[in-house]
Ligand binder design. Sequence first.
Ligand SMILES: Nc1ncnc2c1ncn2[C@@H]1O[C@H](COP(=O)(O)OP(=O)(O)OP(=O)(O)O)[C@@H](O)[C@H]1O
Length: 476
Amino acid sequence: MSNDPIDSITLRLGDLTTAKPTQTAPGAPPSGPAQAIATKPPQAQPKAPVKQDAQDVEDSSNLIENRHTVLVKLADQQADPDSPLYSVKNFEDLGLSQELLTGLYEMKFSKPSKIQERALPLLLANPPKNMIGQSQSGTGKTAAFVLTMLTRVDMNVKQPQAICLAPSRELARQIMDVAQQMSKYTNITKALVVKDSIAKNQPVNAQIIVGTPGSVQDVIRKRLLPINNIKIFVLDEADNMLDQSGLGDQSLRIKSMLKSNPQIVLFSATFPENVTKFASRFAPNANEITLKREQLSVDAIKQFYMDCDSEEHKYEVLTNLYDMLTVSQSIIFCKRRDTADEIARRMTEQGHAVVSLHGKMTPEDRDRVMDDFRRGEFKVLITTNVLARGIDILQVTLVVNYDLPLDQQNEPDFEAYLHRIGRTGRFGRTGVSINFVHNEETWSKMQEIERHFERPIVRVATDDWEAVEKQLKSYI
Ligand SMILES: Nc1ncnc2c1ncn2[C@@H]1O[C@H](COP(=O)(O)OP(=O)(O)OP(=O)(O)O)[C@@H](O)[C@H]1O
């Protein structure tokens, strides 16, 4: 088995002999070398002197130290050909406009990851070609498709030109946030189309649309969103969007309504066999960047399991874990919404700063909870598979599978597992995932997962908390 994704990544190209990289984003002509771009970090505003005690001083120097360490580690990884973050090129070599580059540098993106370096020239080439792109969780797929959507916009056309669909409102909001930041130095207009985000009967004329399938389908059907000028149609978490009966039907229906022959772009960390054929039909003659199964896991995510005696013992182990560890932020995944609520209620009673989020909540509550968690007001988010995919919060260093992810046949859901643990260990950071098993059946399902990804899931004792602390602390 090769550990080098560059050697073993499969790159299937369509006929590129006539393709040229797009040089500019319309309305954003290139000028001058990259060095001319605003690369300096924004100047800190002078503040009135504040009294700091010794603890404060220590904390802020730690922060600087941590950020420095992360950046150094990232630079090392981006220079390591074995890493999915490796690249030989710079963003300036990838055919992006000056304005987008300025946005990127302000976001502290200094070098592309492997998927960005490989996918962007193919995505931006003319005539446009479809793309099926796969890369490990947290390796920067969002930037690849958001930059493509932004580059495809013709500023003279004041109508929607790019649609991106995502499986959850939280992910759609996050993608919109990335698009806002990346396009900060352009005049490109954007609209989020999720439940309750658009006033009733209000037309949607923004150039970039990001949303969930149901809501987007709804505004198109009501003829509130003109689709004659759509040039690019992106499905993030594409395997999920094409597989799930509801989302799959909706995505397919939206695609069939688009008569402008848009470029189809599918991205995900996983493309299980049962959807690859459908994906190829959905995005015909696509350039394909795919990974082998054994390349899917992010090695920086250390995987553990804890042997519990019973369902109730799982809760006890969970609270012991949180009493012992100082985790910056973490996500606990449960199978059912009521389990998520119940654990949140009990842990809150015991004094932990936790919150739950699931599909039964109102959109307003979901947004509030997510925003609070992003701001760090809660350290623990308890949720279901609704947040398994795409959510990017760098402070999350621990993921707990309180219930193992199982599919409708009660078999291990390998894709959900990979996406869940991928909420940590983002873009070169380390992370820990812990699976709770409590009987023969869950233990054997966990072993199937271990065999599937060919990565060890290491046992952590539940009777010697000192040992547990030692074992986990260095990673979290
Ligand atoms: N070139 C880059 N330089 C620095 N940071 C980057 C770069 N590209 C992406 N990032 C950061 O890496 C993190 C992960 O990126 P992103 O969310 O796009 O991953 P992903 O591949 O879409 O993951 P998932 O499969 O979980 O959806 C984000 O915080 C993003 O801002």
